[in-house]
Design a protein around this ligand. Structure first.
Ligand code: 2P0
Length: 321
């Protein structure tokens, strides 16, 4: 057992969204979801055996109830010594760029290696999902699907990153931490939105439609279903009580510009998560036009461009002497 390991993972963005959990334990999604894993954004996490649990995130010690609950669940199944974990990302956390997805995927992958568990990919995906639903998908690369198979909610890779090398252009419109986190927001939507049942039913259909679009490399079909899933999720959020409203003016303007580009013939569509950032998915031919268009939107601070990346992986380092 090496006692120490470093893992990297990338965030993923959902094209068919997960928003809502089944009641009860285990962090089971109410809907399946389909995502892209991004290669340009990375979280790197080192785990080592220590004298007490310590967690350092982007240079600052943190006490996070989600991480505590995750470690407690793991400790109910594995014998785990006190651990020090140090995690850093090359992108801002807590503002709709899926830092919890890459964070939990890297954490479980580093723990698996540091503690010599030898978990397979399904087991790592299942544990990452228990930490944060979307994290189950960052265990796989390319196009990921998180759905129930044989009674287990795990992600599988529908298509590898290089099989359909789409590009993702991210317009960052604010770096503020979101006011309502995803876990609380999902529960609010489940409890209060009159549209919740329709959302769950229609997401099952969107998931099947998107799977087919990806397998057939049908960009137009994927664009329709992804924008529809995104807008339905935000309609669900807006119809929650109190309303969950994650967009700002620049978010809305980016969506209009992306639709204008598509009307002019570009292969591009948008998606937005629980935050004000806009992700434009496009073919490589249209990447520079999309980047230029988003850079011109007032209120866009920065534009990042990414390809599709691999699943979480580990670099084992020797224990210090
Ligand atoms: C998604 N999001 O499918 C959706 C779309 C945000 C909007 O999954 O409560 O941090 O830890 O399971 O995974 C963000 O929620 O939530 C998310 P928990 P998570 O990517």
């Amino acid at each position: 057992m090496p006692d120490r390991a470093t893992a990297t993972a990338h965030p993923n963005i959902a094209l068919v969204k997960y928003w809502g959990k089944r009641p009860g334990p285990g962090n089971i999604p109410a809907t399946p979801s389909l995502s892209l894993t991004l290669d340009a954004l990375t979280t790197t996490t080192t785990v080592e055996v220590a004298d007490a649990d310590r967690f350092v995130l982007d240079g600052a010690p943190v006490a996070d109830p989600k991480i505590d609950a995750f470690l407690q669940a793991l400790r109910s199944e594995f014998d785990i010594p006190p651990l020090a974990a140090t995690s850093a990302s090359n992108f801002p956390a807590g503002c709709g760029l899926a830092s919890s997805a890459s964070g939990f995927a890297a954490l479980v992958t580093a723990m698996d290696n540091a503690l010599g568990w030898g978990l397979d990919r399904d087991a790592r995906s299942e544990w990452a999902r228990r930490g944060s639903g979307s994290a189950g998908r960052s265990i796989v690369g390319g196009f990921g699907m998180l759905s129930e198979r044989d009674g287990r909610w795990v992600a599988r890779e529908l298509l590898a990153a290089d099989a359909w090398p789409l590009r993702v252009v991210v317009g960052i419109t604010s770096r503020k931490r979101k006011a309502v986190g995803s876990t609380a927001g999902m529960e609010r939507s489940r409890m209060t939105s009159p549209f919740y049942g329709a959302w769950v039913r229609s997401t099952e259909e969107d998931f099947a439609d998107a799977e087919r679009a990806v397998l057939e490399r049908d960009f137009g079909r994927l664009a329709r279903v992804a924008e529809s899933s995104c807008l339905k999720m935000h309609a669900l959020m807006l119809s929650s009580d109190p309303a969950l409203f994650y967009w700002n003016a620049a978010t809305v303007e980016c969506l209009h510009r992306i639709r204008m580009l598509r009307d002019a013939g570009a292969e591009v569509f948008f998606t937005v998560d629980a935050g004000p950032q806009v992700k434009a998915v496009c073919t490589a031919d249209h990447e520079s036009a999309v980047r230029d268009a988003l850079e011109q939107v007032p209120g866009v601070d920065e534009v990042l461009v990414s390809g599709l990346g691999a699943g979480a992986s580990c670099t084992v380092s020797p224990a210090p002497a």
